[in-house]
Design a protein around this ligand. Sequence first.
Ligand SMILES: [Zn+2]
Length: 417
Amino acid sequence: MTVRGKKTVRDLRRGSRSALLRRLYFEGPLSRQELGAVTGLSAGSISNVTGELLADGLIEECGSVESDGGRPRILLQVAARRAFLVGVDVGETQVRVALFDLARTELAASDRPLSDQGHDVDHVVELILAGLAEVLERTGTDPAAVLGVGIGVPGIVEQGDPDEDGLGVVVHGQTVGWDAVPLGRLLRAGTDLPLFVDNGAKTLGQAEMWFGAGRGVRHAVVALFGSGVGACVIADGARFRGATSSAGEWGHTKVHVGGRRCRCGARGCLEAYVGAEALLERWGAAPPGGEKAGLAALLAAAETGEPAAAALLAEAAEYLGAAIADLVNLFNPERIVIGGWAGLLLGPRLLPGIRAAATEYALRFPREQTSIVLGLLGPEAVTVGAATLPLSDFLDSGGEFPRRAAERRAALRSGGR
Ligand SMILES: [Zn+2]
């Protein structure tokens, strides 16, 4: 039994392993001397813990650098193929499942279009499980080496009990007709891999903060601009969630009282003006090939000077800029990152207008502290972000494999808490 407030030897050991793994993951390769300098751990601790991590196969030696006059220093890095991650993006038109190694190299991906059933829950669960089986089979990956399945979904995610490995996850996806969907329980029936579920905009936010356009800042907003519009607010380095994880539903902030009807049922939401679905509706043309082809056609029409298309996109830039000004006034971010497939497609054309409108509508002082940039991770960043959910857990645990972690938790429970 552990005593609250008193760290056990095991806690301290896990803390040191986690600190070293994180440094090597985000800043590696590093030598033992550099690890000592950045973590503040003693040379003895560094030697013990790196020895353990090497013995576990979690890190590996990768060459050496000369040191001033002394012996060459051996460099260490995280062993990319020691474990694997699965990221899932439950998108607007398809379910994408991708398998990554620890270095985020995509080893296999499965894209399955949502059929006429749309976001029917059983259909989505079936597509996720089929995609998961496909990427594991195609790569011959041992499920025991998979740290978990991270899933980005459209909607608000209630996490449930953290000890239940995702079993208690419930999703409220008002715009896709998901009313308190027990996604964790439904998926658990088809896989025993650890499950991590979060809102797609929040997983995108984590990916851009860790590996993309948000690197190096502590206060940011990452906007997901696709068929709908969402955002992830990062305050002092952590994702801001609110009381029940719904914070950041930026797409449903009002830009027009009494305005257009939104998919959420309310009127005048930002999403009802600038979401890809809304833009195409307002353009009045529904070209074949779906939303992506439609938005590309709208952009092409604007580029060739078609007045209606150009005016619609100019207005969209103003709406987005004004809504970004609200983010600037409310959260005082250092950076605003615009991602999502529609954001990346239209971004190069819209960005000057967005920046100008944000300057016009925001308070001058916080606006001067904020840069507005496009995401760097491409249109599949939600999938990468979803895969960071099990990765984050793994780094926090000091490199513990999930099955062992589950056994440890079960032992704790049966030990009578
Ligand atoms: Zn709405």
